[in-house]
Design a protein around this ligand. Structure first.
Ligand code: SF4
Length: 149
């Protein structure tokens, strides 16, 4: 049976996405040959949009890197509310009621990984010139805190 996204031909969450990436997400996608698909803001790494939609969404509404997509995309519309320590279904998903609400430890781990990696980047900033984590390239050589969306 198709999942709700396929059943409804929906790609709503791929528009104006604010999806955060882990360093593993970035390195995995770089290994596919892509380069300019992410940006950094406030220490977090985000997926880029182009024409108000995810840079990897094709003209047919399909993800170009689906088998290798970021973990946050894989879990969505499940989101982890860090402050209340609970898994929720995001109210922005129109078909959220068709997903089962699973409390996955993997999703919590993902959020903690994103927060830890951010902390590491912020700390390295305060110690001196910023260095990108191993494997993450920045061809433009921009300072991440000054880089805009
Ligand atoms: S997760 Fe929700 S918003 Fe995203 S494509 Fe699937 S049904 Fe649409």
């Amino acid at each position: 049976m198709k999942n709700p996204c396929l059943r409804h031909g929906c790609s709503k969450c791929c528009y104006n996405t604010e999806m955060m990436l882990t360093e593993n997400d970035v390195n995995r996608i770089i290994s596919l040959g892509y380069q300019d698909f992410y940006y950094q803001k406030d220490g977090f790494i985000y997926l880029k949009n182009e024409d108000d939609k995810c840079i990897f969404l094709d003209e047919n509404g399909r993800c170009k890197i689906y088998p290798h997509r970021p973990l946050g995309c894989k879990y969505y519309p499940h989101i982890y509310d860090y402050e209340n320590d609970e898994i929720l279904l995001d109210k922005d998903c129109p078909y959220r009621k068709e997903f089962s609400l699973e409390s996955t430890e993997e999703l919590k781990e993902l959020v903690l990984t994103i927060l830890c990696e951010r902390e590491k980047r912020i700390n390295s900033l305060s110690r001196g010139p910023f260095e990108f984590p191993e494997g993450i390239s920045d061809k433009k050589g921009k300072h991440p805190e000054k880089e805009s969306k």
